[in-house]
Write a protein that binds this ligand. Structure first.
Ligand SMILES: Cc1cc2nc3c(=O)[nH]c(=O)nc-3n(C[C@H](O)[C@H](O)[C@H](O)COP(=O)(O)OP(=O)(O)OC[C@H]3O[C@@H](n4cnc5c(N)ncnc54)[C@H](O)[C@@H]3O)c2cc1C
Length: 391
């Protein structure tokens, strides 16, 4: 008998074969979120991975559950990313939500009857996340009134609830930030026109507006002062999840290139008989193995002091490796690599998207750089040549 995680990975693998791969091109043509697919994922237990069993979840540790996106990413990186964000919301709801909120939402989220996502980014604040304006006023009766705008909201208009990071005063900085769950049908919530994106057209992305939206204090997920900290914890999980999905993407690219290269006849043999082709694909394979080790180590580090920097290492390295893999594998197919039927262009564009979302490659470098500065402080003062230590 396999372990619980083995069973869930098998379910995810099958979901990829049966639900994602045969349909993803049509989803993109329809430019509509495949709600039936995510409902199936919910029924299969893929939407409450880390939520406790008492709330309908699988109760998996992060280090195990995150591997699901590697399986889903073989079919589509944007779909894997979206389900990963929902899973983090379901986890946050069960871990930090009020009893009233859990009673109202938790089982619907873990079963996939309802979908959730985060809203942090604003038009003027992406990487610079603290430069945020969306404002919640705390009323005398305990309700919160929210005004402002978010940008790049995934599942815009499709999710049923948005875990939204807000400021509660005009003071600069993050000490007044909180996270509150705003139902999509709350009065005063609206969405902008859908962004026109390439290669993940089925993922609705748009701005989200709050016009005097009144929400019960039952919906507070993270109280004042903990909003940014909590969002960053969620983002660390998201970063490792993205790295996991990228490994699936790399495997899909590699398998397409291998299957093609062993079928393409040239120079009295096969394309795959050429040393140069084997070396190109060998490098992809090495990077895939390294990426797997890295994201799994990062997943196991989540929740420890090393978690943020390990997540940054994974988010810095793996999407870059995935983009390089997609491009190399396209090259292996020659002109055929540019034909839509092989899907290589889609993989390159998905990998590029995954380099940006939930903290860009450069922001990962910033996190790593800061941790190196901290480490340097613990090292002994080193003698440097005369004059080198002076300003
Ligand atoms: C497909 C997709 C889905 C998304 N879904 C969501 C969602 O559901 N919810 C949500 O809240 N957000 C979402 N986002 C937003 C995403 O997290 C932001 O796009 C991302 O954080 C980058 O912000 P930005 O686009 O404003 O880029 P900017 O912050 O404007 O960055 C522009 C460039 O400057 C670089 N840069 C920034 N700071 C530094 C620095 N200190 N040093 C060096 N270079 C730097 C960046 O790396 C980038 O190359 C999504 C984005 C995408 C593409």
């Amino acid at each position: 008998m396999g372990t619980k995680i083995d069973k869930i990975l098998g379910v995810a693998r099958q979901h990829c074969e049966d639900v994602i791969k045969p349909n993803v091109d049509q989803w993109n043509k329809d430019a509509k979120w495949p709600r039936t697919a995510s409902t199936i994922a919910g029924a299969e237990g893929l939407l409450g991975l880390y939520a406790p069993e008492e709330w309908g979840g699988q109760g998996l540790p992060l280090g195990e559950g995150i591997r699901v996106y590697e399986e889903l990413g073989k079919g589509d990186g944007a779909y894997a990313f979206t389900l990963s964000m929902h899973n983090i919301c379901a986890f946050a709801a069960c871990g930090f939500g009020t009893e009233a909120f859990k009673n109202a939402w938790a089982k619907d989220l873990t079963s996939g009857h309802k979908l959730a996502n985060f809203a942090l980014t604003e038009p003027q604040s992406g990487s610079d996340a603290t430069n945020m304006y969306t404002r919640a006023q705390i009323n005398d009766d305990g309700t919160w009134t929210i005004n402002g705008a978010k940008a790049w909201v995934s599942l815009a208009g499709e999710a049923d609830v948005y875990f939204t990071v807000v400021k509660t005063t005009d003071a600069p900085g993050h000490k007044d930030m909180a996270m509150i769950a705003i139902p999509a049908d709350a009065k005063g919530v609206s969405f902008g026109e859908a962004y026109d994106t390439a290669s993940y057209e089925f993922l609705p992305l748009a701005e989200m507006y709050f016009d005097n939206v009144v929400v019960s204090e039952d919906n507070i997920i993270l109280p004042v002062g903990e909003g940014l900290q909590g969002a960053l914890m969620a983002i660390d999980i998201a970063r490792v999840s993205i790295a996991s999905g990228c490994c699936g993407l790399m495997e899909a690219a590699l398998d397409t290139a291998l299957a093609y290269a062993q079928s393409r006849k040239m120079f009295d043999g096969k394309n795959l008989d050429l040393d140069g082709i084997q070396w190109m694909l060998g490098d992809v394979s090495t990077n895939l193995e390294a990426s797997r080790l890295l994201y799994r180590a990062a997943a196991n580090a989540l929740g420890t002091p090393e978690g943020p920097v390990m997540a940054a290492h994974a988010k810095r390295f793996v999407p870059d490796a995935a983009l390089a893999a997609a491009n190399t594998c396209t090259q292996v197919l020659g002109g055929s690599g540019l034909l839509k039927q092989y899907g290589m262009d889609r993989l390159s564009r998905l990998a590029q998207m995954l380099r940006i979302v939930d903290g860009t490659t450069e922001i990962s470098r910033v996190v790593i750089g800061r941790s190196l500065q901290k480490r340097a402080k613990g090292l002994p003062v080193m003698a440097v040549p005369k004059g080198y230590g002076e300003k």
